[in-house]
Design a binder for this molecule. Structure first.
Ligand SMILES: Nc1ncnc2c1ncn2[C@@H]1O[C@H](COP(=O)(O)OP(=O)(O)O)[C@@H](O)[C@H]1O
Ligand SMILES: [Mg+2]
Length: 245
């Protein structure tokens, strides 16, 4: 069974007073433990796909399944614990690193004393073992903040990680280190990752599979190296050649 499955998902939105199919009849399956890199021109509907998965928005028609269960029937809070999201710019609370990390678990009533070990473990996981958890999040570099944002998501032990251009705001070296982190997390936790990026290089580095969407439609979904070795569609070839922006 797929970890995440889109079944004929359509999302309609009013743009400048006109109704548009932002996603049109999207069907795609993501197997557990895989990293699906998602690419496509700006405005193709990539972010919308991710936002639908943790119900920041709802589908107009069709269904999205998590472990075979329609997410429309799952409590959104429970859903968002299982499905974590990381954005382009880290949006941390104006609190310490520690407070940011324990925020979610505390809300769920997790015993605070059990959290200290976990905070240390997760900070180590995101390569911030040397960072004092008492530092204010706002004082950190953007790269460190992105690691803390990922760490905060990992505190919930998500099964699925949605990443929307998580490397776009970072310098090349920091971006690479975040990509390595994504791969590490997947190996360690067997997480399923949906990774949206406009960088072909970054998609190829982390992805197992590649999904190309153009104008809200799935054009190709294939093995990452097969795609980069030679797309099977004309739009895929144009996209790789940089002719679809
Ligand atoms: N909050 C919004 N209100 C109206 N239209 C939106 C909103 N967010 C995105 N859109 C439109 O929906 C389409 C898909 O957007 P999006 O999913 O953000 O694309 P991508 O992430 O691939 O760049 C675009 O036409 C965009 O302009
Ligand atoms: Mg986007």
């Amino acid at each position: 069974m797929a970890k995440i499955e889109f079944l004929n998902v359509t999302k309609t939105r009013s743009i400048d007073g006109q109704m548009h199919n932002v996603l049109g009849d999207v069907s795609v399956a993501v197997q557990e433990g895989t990293i699906l890199a998602i690419g496509g021109p700006s405005g193709a509907g990539k972010s919308t796909m991710l936002r639908l998965i943790n119900r920041l928005e709802s589908v107009t028609s069709g269904r999205i399944l998590l472990d075979g269960v329609d997410i429309a029937t799952v409590d959104p809070i429970e859903l968002r614990r299982k499905v974590g999201m990381v954005f382009q710019l880290p949006s941390l609370f104006p609190l310490t690193v520690q407070e940011n990390l324990v925020y979610g678990p505390k809300l769920r009533g997790v015993e605070p004393s059990s959290l200290e070990t976990k905070v240390r473990e997760i900070l180590g996981m995101v390569d911030l073992a040397d960072l004092s958890p008492e530092r204010m999040a706002g004082e950190l570099s953007v790269g460190q903040q992105q690691r803390v944002a990922i760490a905060r998501t990992l505190m919930n032990e998500p099964e699925v990680l949605l990443m929307d251009e998580p490397t776009s705001a970072l310098d090349p070296t920091t971006a690479k280190s975040i990509l390595e982190l994504v791969c590490d997390i997947r190996s360690k936790y067997g997480m399923t990752v949906l990774f949206v990026s406009h960088s072909l290089e970054h998609s190829r580095l982390v992805g197992d599979r590649f999904l190309l969407i153009v104008d809200g439609k799935v054009i190709e979904e294939s093995d990452i190296e097969a795609f980069f070795g030679g797309p099977s569609t004309e739009l895929g070839r144009k996209f790789l050649a940089g002719e679809l922006r």
